[in-house]
Design a protein around this ligand. Sequence first.
Ligand SMILES: NC(=O)c1ccc[n+]([C@@H]2O[C@H](COP(=O)([O-])OP(=O)(O)OC[C@H]3O[C@@H](n4cnc5c(N)ncnc54)[C@H](O)[C@@H]3O)[C@@H](O)[C@H]2O)c1
Length: 381
Amino acid sequence: MSKQVLRFGVIGCGLMGREFASAAARWAHLLDMEIKPEIVAVCDTNPKLMEWFSGNFASVKQCTADFNALLENPEIDAVYCAVPHNLHQDLYLAIIRAGKHLLGEKPFGMNLEQNTAILQELKNHPELIVRCSSEFPFFPAAQKIINMALEKKFGRIIEVEAGFHHSSDLDPNKAINWKRMIAVNGEYGVMGDLGFHTVHIPFRLGWKPQNVRAVLSNIITERPDSTGKLVPCETWDNAHLLSSVLHDDYEFPMGLSMKRIAPGEQNTWFIKIAGTELSAEFSTKYPKTLRTMPYSSGAAQAWHDLDVGYDTAYPTITGNIFEFGLGDAILQMWAAFCDEVAGNTPRFQCATALEAASSHKLFTAALESQRASSVVALDWE
Ligand SMILES: NC(=O)c1ccc[n+]([C@@H]2O[C@H](COP(=O)([O-])OP(=O)(O)OC[C@H]3O[C@@H](n4cnc5c(N)ncnc54)[C@H](O)[C@@H]3O)[C@@H](O)[C@H]2O)c1
């Protein structure tokens, strides 16, 4: 049976735009999909980047520096948008108004006000599938932890810790780029860049902070620009957020950390849940290892390390014994998005616009907490 084709336009052909294209190119990896993406148009203000797409994808028929021209193309059903944060509001609004499904990159608007404008517009287009990119929960071990939580296997939750740590900004000579500029990345700093990855699973599980005390650090305050001249680097490098989560009829502490300066860490995303009946941990540092510790009264407290293999939400050609990596997580996320556009219930739903909106509420409260050196309450009504 021939597959339904979902015709995509890609806006922003940088780091993440190419990751999506690469996932689309290996769609045959997935089994049993009734839909497949085809990239028919690309848009970037840098023409060199579009050459990579037109050179590798015969399906690309339109290359343009003008996103409005791409959105006027009736051959496009859906858009993947991966542009700097200061452009999210204008582009996401235009994409939604053009009636295209959207997988937009986080943080989904540079600040709370911009995010609210996007959410407001979405109300006028309930027919569209609009999701926020977040691939890490698709790691097989992360999926297992999510299922343990949904099945209430943890007993009473003692505490939750989630984080995303990078190390490359430890180098003071690393040149500044847009992610280190408030005007382009936003005032959130590292929270705008890495934060949504950290909160996606807690929010999916309904674990919303009742309050937050944030400690934000700007560790390297100047960086060389492209000419080597030192310029101010004003964004927050690291963020520590401690919060209290109301769950069932009790509260537990949740620590969230986002770091661009975590010595030795390379794209380490992790989640740890400690419970009275079960504890579980996963980190992309050990991508196939799920750590668990079941407990009952009087039993030994022994952690178990299980190599989970390639046990994915969406089945693939890969043998269960092989390893899973970031590219695989991105492919799984795309499978979930396309599956939902095809009208199916996804095996694990991509992050929703409301989940992205919740992250803005938290990060805005975190900025306030940092400014006032105090705990800020959050209301989720
Ligand atoms: N999901 C993830 O794991 C992940 C990882 C990195 C970045 N991101 C997110 O992806 C988005 C893009 O980040 P990136 O690392 O790919 O950045 P990038 O700088 O590599 O790519 C952004 C691209 O947007 C293009 N662009 C700028 N203005 C434009 C315009 N007006 N019209 C069209 N194109 C324009 C730039 O030329 C550039 O090629 C951000 O929202 C970022 O937070 C997500």
